[in-house]
Design a protein around this ligand. Structure first.
Ligand code: A2P
Length: 238
């Protein structure tokens, strides 16, 4: 079974990540919010300390990516990647990039599968890493991925938990998954996804699931921002 995905730099990435597992339960919410904020293809006006629609500035991807390429070239980073990039933003980036991003970390789970982005990443050698693979229940995102009927049906047939099936769906799709848990038994459950698989006749059922982006980025939208609508922020991938 797949335990690690090889990136286009040759570096290997674990198929299941555990970003905040050591964090104090009380601190996790804040950490997740902070992490999601370091994760956007947006730029704020110089000198602005905040993070909202009022301080949004137009992107300057070539300069930013060039600085990251410098880190890769000097060996300070084994791989460089992006987050929350749409297909269009990746296409723009690839026009001038000397180094193709190794990873695009995006929201991805059975109710936001992003097939077009998935195919674009596959065809360009960019690894897609899935955040909120369980829909982030209990957070302000509070998605209902683990309550999806198709997922529950497949979980029942395979005698696995809904979380395990959601994670296994991601891994079988070629994505690494980043489930958050502060509970040891759930951590173990989330790592027990390598000695079984979703058979193809059940895997195809996932294509029927109604789709919905959970993390929409409303914070970046207003009439003075470069993003006047959610559609603009995501380049129509919504
Ligand atoms: P907890 O930390 O108490 O385990 P996501 O990774 O999509 O952001 O979702 C994280 C949320 O899902 C957390 O609330 C976490 O709670 C919960 N969670 C993580 N693993 C499981 C699991 N195996 N079964 C049910 N809930 C889980």
């Amino acid at each position: 079974s797949v335990l690690r995905f090889e990136l286009n730099t040759g570096a290997k990435m674990p198929a299941v990540g555990l970003g905040t597992w050591k964090a104090d339960p009380g601190a996790v919410g804040e950490v997740v919010i902070a992490a999601v904020k370091i994760h956007w293809p947006i730029r704020t006006k110089p000198g602005s300390g905040g993070f909202g629609a009022d301080v949004m500035a137009p992107l300057c991807l070539p300069e930013t990516w060039n600085a990251m390429e410098g880190l890769y070239a000097s060996g300070q980073a084994r791989a460089i990647g992006v987050s929350n990039f749409s297909t269009k933003k990746l296409q723009e980036l690839l026009k001038h990039a000397k180094v193709t991003p190794a990873v695009n970390q995006v929201e991805c789970h059975p109710i936001w599968q992003q097939p077009a982005l998935h195919h674009f990443c596959n065809s360009t050698g960019i690894h897609l890493s899935a955040y909120s693979p369980l829909g982030s229940p209990g957070s302000w995102i509070n998605g209902e991925v683990m309550k999806d009927e198709t997922l529950l049906d497949v979980a029942g047939k395979l005698n696995k938990s809904p979380a395990q099936v959601a994670l296994r769906w991601g891994i079988q799709s070629g994505h690494s998954v980043l489930p958050k848990s502060v509970n040891e038994s759930r951590l173990k459950e989330n790592l027990s996804v390598f000695d079984w698989c979703i058979p193809s006749h059940l895997f195809t059922d996932f294509s029927q699931i109604p789709q919905q982006r959970l993390l929409r980025g409303d914070f970046a939208i207003n009439e003075t921002s470069p993003y006047k609508s959610i559609q603009e922020l995501w380049d129509g991938e919504i």
